[in-house]
Design a protein around this ligand. Structure first.
Ligand code: G3P
Ligand code: MG
Length: 247
């Protein structure tokens, strides 16, 4: 029987130590040997795909305002490292293109979470999809979203692109829901996983990718349950504890 190891994805990059969703955090995740990276994509006022979790820049930068109201050039004036520590001063907001350039030649999985906040970014699914496609990276990418219409729309654009449904509240029989949508994976909050759900997903060829797991013993339990992937802010420490990966 083929033994498939659990994948460890760096959530927002190696964000435990480095400023989240920055090129530094992404580079450090890869240097640490992470199997992949999870990141969040949003759209600036002038239509640039940038990587940031919140729809407002104030928590992670020295600027203020919302992504949808700021141009990329305006965003470049803000420092996205300094809030994590003075040693990270000078980090800029990354674009999706910059991250794609970084992972292009690497054998990794990239999970691009399509964000929506108090509003929807019109056309974000198609725009993100096109960029990945034009870079020839479809085989490395899984798209995910809490907005399951985004997952559905991506499959309408290209039935073969990989999607995962994110959820933070219990979905009844998520494997049936994922099958119907359709989606290739479920992305449940870490407390919403059971062996029964994992087995039911696998019988349907649906992956189980869990977030955000920073507790090592919990990760071991999830690994023993057979989940396919965990997303963690501590990729290096997690791989060392689990004894997996390329570290
Ligand atoms: O994609 C997994 C996880 O990132 C979802 O939640 O809020 O951290 O983007 P959030
Ligand atoms: Mg995310």
């Amino acid at each position: 029987m083929e033994v498939v190891e659990i994948l460890v994805l760096a959530h927002r990059g190696y964000s435990h130590i480095y400023p989240e969703n920055t090129m530094l955090a992404f580079r450090k995740a890869l240097e640490a040997g992470a199997d992949g990276i999870e990141t969040d994509v949003q759209v600036t006022k002038d239509g640039v795909l940038v990587l940031i979790h919140d729809d407002d820049v104030s928590r992670v930068s020295d600027g203020t305002g919302r992504i949808k109201d700021l141009t990329y050039e305006e965003l470049l004036k803000f420092d996205f490292g300094i809030k994590k520590g003075p040693q990270f001063k000078g980090e800029k907001i990354p674009t999706l293109q910059e991250l794609l350039n970084l992972v292009k030649d690497k054998d990794i999985l990239l999970n691009i979470e399509i964000k929506y906040g108090s509003f929807l970014y019109e056309g974000i699914e198609e725009k993100t999809y096109r960029m990945v496609k034009e870079n020839g990276l479809m085989d490395k990418v899984i798209f995910s979203s809490f907005n399951h219409y985004s997952c559905h729309d991506l499959k309408e654009i290209d039935r073969d692109c990989k999607t995962g449904i994110l959820y933070s509240d219990g979905i009844y029989k998520p494997y049936k829901y994922a099958e119907e949508l359709p989606a290739d994976a479920i992305h449940p909050y870490r407390l919403l996983v059971s062996r029964q759900i994992v087995d039911a997903c696998h019988r349907r060829n649906i992956k189980v990718n869990v977030w955000t797991v920073d507790d090592f013993k919990e990760a071991k339990m999830l690994m023993d349950m057979g989940v396919d992937c965990i997303m963690t802010n501590k990729p290096k420490e997690m791989m060392e504890f689990l004894g997996v990966g390329k570290h």
